[in-house]
Design a protein around this ligand. Structure first.
Ligand code: NAP
Length: 363
């Protein structure tokens, strides 16, 4: 049985789902994959737990329960003021692993943190493998991000499309020497929902409020409406396709005005009613041409764009589920990948799939 040491950065929705899948999937992992994940460390933004022999399943499930109640990973800080909480730095966690002379560690980044690149790069240099659901290191300036692409010990299926095999498909196309010409799709479930509701006659501001109430948006909906998350996914796909694009090569249409960036969330939610009429006119203009308004992401070797676009009604792009690859082989009819959008369980399953692929190929 392969015993694989794991260090988990991030214990939010995806991190907790992954811990549940590790604990409850032990028998399956053993019989099907001949492996046992030994979780050495779990880290949230303020605290950590560490055990060189591995945290017990009871400890891991306790972490899941605590995070579900908004409590820190480390029991000793529960009930204490946030300002008092402490843990080693993100690099300090790696120091602990290398001082313990751990080998072949699997580093999992399921944070949404900026600046993880140096931690991940050092992990690779230590001979560890890396799995990310965090898009930011892969969408960082190319000079910082390039080492993570096409590296045998780095996987990141869940950065685009949750657990859907988008990255795996791209990898297969590249491996079999099928050059990629164009990638298109709806890269944001939240934007897809808002477009669909507007098409059903709901005002833009109401659609945003509905999405917020249903938990489809980040707590501040501007994090979705600004288009940066969709831009990062597009940049990751473009870079994988072999185009070393920078963020500046992707035009991003934000669905709110620059003045609205300065408002508090409640004021913002009121202010967006000013945009209802303009949005309604765009939906109506598309419909009059037999088209549907969608928040589309498209990229090719020259660059790309994310923003609202009228696309033929009934086309793959108008169907909210698909990402399409136009390649040398799939030229006249692009290859479509689609399915249910991301959620924490599917995203965590994508991370788990990457972990198992690394176990098979590297361990
Ligand atoms: N949710 C989805 O469906 C989905 C789909 C695809 C990709 N993703 C990506 O997956 C990642 C995680 O998503 P999520 O929904 O689980 O987010 P989340 O609930 O906000 O969880 C993020 C976790 O990271 C922790 N964290 C922040 N900075 C950290 C640091 N420097 N070191 C260690 N931990 C740190 C946070 O700590 P605290 O708990 O202390 O705040 C929290 O536990 C994000 O990058 C997201 O874009 C998510």
């Amino acid at each position: 049985m392969k015993r694989v040491p794991v260090i988990l950065y991030g214990a939010g929705g995806v991190g907790s789902a992954l811990l549940r899948q590790i604990v409850y999937g032990r028998d399956w992992m053993a019989s099907r994959n001949n492996c046992h994940f030994v979780v050495i460390s779990v880290t949230d933004s303020k605290t950590w737990q560490w055990a060189v022999g591995g945290l017990s399943d009871e400890q891991l499930l306790d972490i899941v329960a605590a995070k579900g109640q908004g409590l820190p990973v480390d029991p000793q800080w529960r009930g204490q003021a946030v300002a008092e909480m402490q843990r080693p730095s993100d690099h300090g966690v790696l120091d602990a692993a290398s001082e313990a002379e751990l080998e072949n560690v699997m580093i999992i980044d399921v944070t949404a943190a900026d600046g993880m690149e140096s931690v991940l790069k050092r992990s690779i240099n230590l001979g560890y493998s890396v799995v990310l659901a965090n898009k930011k290191p892969l969408a960082a300036p190319w000079a910082r991000a390039m080492g993570f692409f096409n590296h045998a010990r780095v996987r990141h299926e869940s950065t685009v499309g949750g657990g859907q095999p988008i990255i795996a498909t791209l990898r297969y196309l590249l491996d079999t020497n099928d050059p990629i010409y164009q990638i298109e799709g709806q890269m944001s479930g939240t934007m897809g929902y808002i477009c669909q509701r507007m098409e059903a006659g709901v005002a833009f501001s109401t659609a945003v409020q509905e999405a917020k109430n249903s938990g489809y948006t980040e707590p501040d909906p501007r994090d979705d409406l600004g288009g940066m998350d969709a831009m990062r996914k597009l940049l990751i796909l473009g870079r994988m396709a072999g185009w070393p694009l920078e963020e500046s090569a992707i035009a991003v249409e934000s669905l709110y005005t620059p003045e609205m960036a300065m408002l508090g969330v409640p004021e913002f939610m009121s202010a967006i009613t000013q945009l209802d009429e303009r949005m309604q006119a765009r939906v109506a203009a598309a419909r009059a041409n037999g088209e549907a308004l969608r928040y589309v992401a498209e990229v090719n070797e020259q660059g790309g764009a994310v923003g609202l676009k009228a696309v033929p009604a009934g086309s793959a792009l108008a169907n909210l589920k698909y990402i399409s690859f136009r390649t040398d082989r799939y030229h006249d009819e692009p290859l479509l990948i689609g399915g249910k959008g991301a959620g924490v369980e599917m995203t965590a399953a994508g991370v788990m799939g990457d972990m198992l692929a690394l176990v098979r190929e590297v361990y």
